[in-house]
Design a protein around this ligand. Structure first.
Ligand code: NAD
Ligand code: MG
Length: 338
């Protein structure tokens, strides 16, 4: 155990939720030598999985009782009720409450008791990567923040937790709940999920409406996106420009700004303003409480978009996406050495 995780050495950590982040955090903290109990609903699939993977498992309220640090790793929309019913009445004085996203605290959906520490450790990657990097003795960089420091040790506790999940092996960046929440929401709305999926589907529609085959359009605007994103990920715009042809670069320079122009940026600013003034959080909370009518309608429309029909058929023929049916590769491995 490193010096930093020693801050939590005598602490009991309750990890609430055993999904993408919860499972990875619980496993990494345990492998870092820390005392972990997993809090999930009895009888659910997460309960069984956590128990099968060797954890002490308890209902959330029971896991919180006696814990020195409670990591809230359930979906964001269920956290306010979970806080009210299972956490607040059972959390011991001076304990720490930890989040992996600042949404509920920043937008006042959870108003933590004054006597506890409130911190955030947000890995910049999905749970599967948080786990697999830890297993390779590496880690995924994390943002960390302190919203409330009742003990005087809140930052040390956040750092110790980040160390315990492996984040400190990579990089810790200090932020605050406002910055993490607003930038995270903006990224997923304007660029990552919202922006990219609209760009891809509008590109697909433009080609197919002009009479080109949907299969060809799919390859051009959806499939090949991965090649570009991988280059961004590995080496930014610089690497992308090194690896695409001169013709593609010239097309990028003259046509990119025609598609995404100053008006698009103005609309990005409007999206950011809605996040900053709380309108997005208010609308999303109301939508969730109303039973997700618009969410379900939009999701269904995405699932029924023609790019999904053609995509499913094409992906079924990509053997590398289905390793369990990858017979030739397995046959090769089984061959005796010559
Ligand atoms: P998830 O949907 O993968 O897992 C949620 C877990 O909570 C499951 O084990 C589920 O059974 C459990 N759960 C659901 N409702 C519950 C309830 N009422 N009571 C108790 N348990 C309940 O969630 P996730 O993606 O790991 O997200 C957890 C937190 O991590 C969120 O705050 C999210 O914003 C944040 N986060 C996620 C990612 C990511 O890549 N997924 C990255 C950074 C931060
Ligand atoms: Mg969309």
């Amino acid at each position: 155990m490193s010096t930093s995780s020693n801050t939590l050495a005598k602490s009991r950590i309750a990890v609430l939720g055993y999904g993408s982040q919860g499972r990875a955090h619980a496993l990494n903290l345990r492998d870092s030598g820390l005392d972990v109990v997993v809090g999930v609903r009895k009888g659910g699939p997460s309960w069984k999985r956590a128990r099968d993977e060797g954890f002490k498992v308890a209902e959330p309220a029971d896991a919180v009782r006696g814990a020195d640090l409670v990591a809230v790793l359930t979906p964001d929309m269920v956290q306010p009720k979970l806080y009210e019913q299972a956490i607040e009445p059972n959390l011991k004085p001076g304990a720490a409450l930890l989040f992996a996203h600042g949404f509920n605290v920043h937008f006042g959906q959870i108003k933590p008791r004054a006597d506890i520490d409130v911190v955030m450790v947000a890995p910049k990657g999905p749970g599967a990567l948080v786990r697999s990097e830890y297993e390779r003795s590496r880690g995924v960089p994390c943002l960390y923040a302190v919203a409330q420091d009742a003990s005087g040790h809140a930052e040390a506790r956040a750092n110790a937790y980040a160390d315990g999940i492996g984040g400190a092996r990579a990089m810790l960046i200090q932020t605050d709940f406002k910055e993490e929440t607003e930038t995270d929401l903006f990224g997923e709305q304007a660029v990552l999920c919202g922006g990219v999926s609209e760009l891809v589907t509008r590109g697909f529609e433009t080609l197919t409406e002009a009479g080109y085959q949907p299969e060809v359009a799919y390859y051009e605007v959806m499939h090949e996106l991965k090649l570009i994103v991988d280059l961004f990920y590995e080496g930014g715009l610089t690497k992308m420009l090194q690896y695409v042809s001169e013709t593609a670069q010239y097309g990028d320079f003259v046509s990119g700004p025609r598609v995404v122009d100053a008006a698009t940026k103005d609309r990005m600013k409007a999206v950011l303003a809605d996040i900053q003034d709380g309108s997005f959080a208010k609308n999303w909370t109301a939508e969730y409480k109303a039973g997700l009518p618009n969410y379900n309608r939009c999701k269904q429309a995405d699932l029924e978009h023609p790019i999904e029909t053609v995509g499913a058929a094409l992906r079924a023929r990509m053997a590398w996406l289905h390793p369990q049916t990858d017979k030739p590769a397995r046959a090769l491995r089984a061959m005796p050495p010559c």
